[in-house]
Design a protein around this ligand. Structure first.
Ligand code: NAP
Ligand code: G4F
Length: 341
């Protein structure tokens, strides 16, 4: 019998890579998809299988983390072996604009899902997508024992989700774990996160479609890894003998400025000629430096990141250059200057 997994956030960057990974391991994959007036499934369209086919192994279900009753119904129907809670309003800057919505989705959404697991009586393993943003102002290096000091409504909502996940483990004996993941990126990264905003702009400037890129704080330090490696870590956490929380990170610091320079250099461009400052991209409170220590994940799970920021920047620039040269994909032609965050 193949295992069954439910992924919330399957249409996002991580959800799409995780769905690929689980399908490659023979899982039956179920994904929660928000109803939208236009299709939001671009990242998983290549995985689509007609549910009428007898051998179909991926199934999509309408639902939303704000709708607890729907979650109970789905959990009862699917009866999964593993649940990966990846859905969230995941943009830190936007969480200052929409703090209540972020709290409802990124925070309360997690307990709705945990309650659905409990009420439906499903015996599954549960993964919570926790974040290095929870460390916020705590100085690096950060590991599983570092104090949380969130600096945004998003970070605070993730701290809430972290603790309710631990609480359901301790209160109800649920195999529930937090993956505390540092930033991880890919060609599928949302276009308003800084790495993708940069690599899309590099491709467009190189092609002569734009001239300038407006940016916020270039001094922030992040620990950027490669998303496909991180979803492997998520899966390994749920295969472990006992439920524990783990940091996944590269341990390699990189400033936004260094990422910019590597990306522009790779395309043969001088970043200083094309980058301008705009304070709309600053946050009311910034997280200055995130550098993770993933020693526990390496020791217990045999997980170690191999792709670091410079290689990542080159992978993403190459992918955005290729995508721009692709015919017949109209969404690619959205100008990066209209990015909202
Ligand atoms: P992402 O690309 O922004 O994807 C978020 C997913 O959540 C999308 O599928 C989105 O659906 C869905 N979603 C949003 N609100 C929802 C709601 N109310 N109900 C149901 N689904 C909803 O994020 P990601 O980068 O893949 O990250 C995955 C998870 O890991 C997130 O929880 C994020 O906060 C966390 N995380 C990410 C990183 C990172 O560096 N990427 C690091 C640490 C933690 P639509 O497609 O319809 O918008
Ligand atoms: O790419 P970012 O928006 O990611 P941020 O805020 O680090 O959050 C991401 O990683 C978290 C894990 O630590 C996740 F939990 C979260 O869901 C998300 O995936 O910004 C990175 C840095 C920030 O310091 C920001 O101030 O880049 C700086 N930055 C400078 N100019 C900019 C810009 N960020 C954005 N989005 N846009 C800019 O123009």
């Amino acid at each position: 019998m193949s295992k069954r997994a439910l992924i919330t956030g399957i249409t996002g960057q991580d959800g799409s890579y995780l769905a690929e990974l689980l399908l490659s391991k023979g899982y039956e994959v179920h994904g929660l998809v928000r109803r939208s007036s236009s299709f939001n499934t671009q990242r998983i369209d290549h995985l689509y299988q007609d549910p009428h086919e007898p051998n179909a192994r991926i199934f999509l279900h309408y639902g939303d983390l704000s709708d607890g009753a729907r979650l109970v119904t789905l959990l009862s129907q699917i009866d999964p072996d593993e649940v990966y809670n990846l859905a969230a309003q995941s943009h830190v800057r936007v969480s200052f604009d929409e703090p209540e919505h972020t709290g409802d989705t990124t925070g309360i959404g997690s307990i709705r899902l945990l309650e659905a697991v409990r009420v439906a009586g499903v015996r599954c393993r549960f993964y919570q997508a926790s974040s290095s943003e929870m460390f916020g102002a705590s100085p690096p290096p950060q590991d599983e024992d570092t104090l949380f000091y969130p600096r945004s409504p998003y970070g605070a909502a993730k701290v809430y989700s972290y603790w309710v996940t631990r609480n359901y483990r301790e209160a109800y004996g649920l195999f529930a774990v937090n993956g505390i993941l540092f930033n991880h990126e890919s060609p599928r990264r949302g276009e308003t996160f800084v790495t993708r905003k940069i690599t899309r702009a590099v491709a467009r400037i190189r092609a002569g479609r734009e001239k300038l890129l407006y940016m916020g704080n270039l001094d922030a330090v992040r620990d950027w890894g490669y998303a496909p490696e991180y979803v492997e870590g998520m899966w390994r956490m749920l295969q472990a003998d006992e439920p524990k929380d783990y940091v996944l990170a590269t341990s390699t610091p990189c400033t936004v400025r260094q990422f910019l320079q590597t990306a522009f250099d790779h395309a043969g461009l001088d970043w200083e000629k094309h980058v301008r400052f705009d304070d709309r991209y600053l946050r009311p409170t910034e997280v200055d430096s995130l550098i993770g220590d993933a020693g526990r994940a390496e020791a217990d799970l045999g997980w170690k990141a191999t792709v670091h920021a410079p290689e990542l920047a080159r992978i993403m620039v190459d992918a955005d250059i290729d995508a721009l040269e692709c015919e017949g994909r109209p969404w690619i032609d959205r100008p990066s200057l209209s990015a909202w965050a």
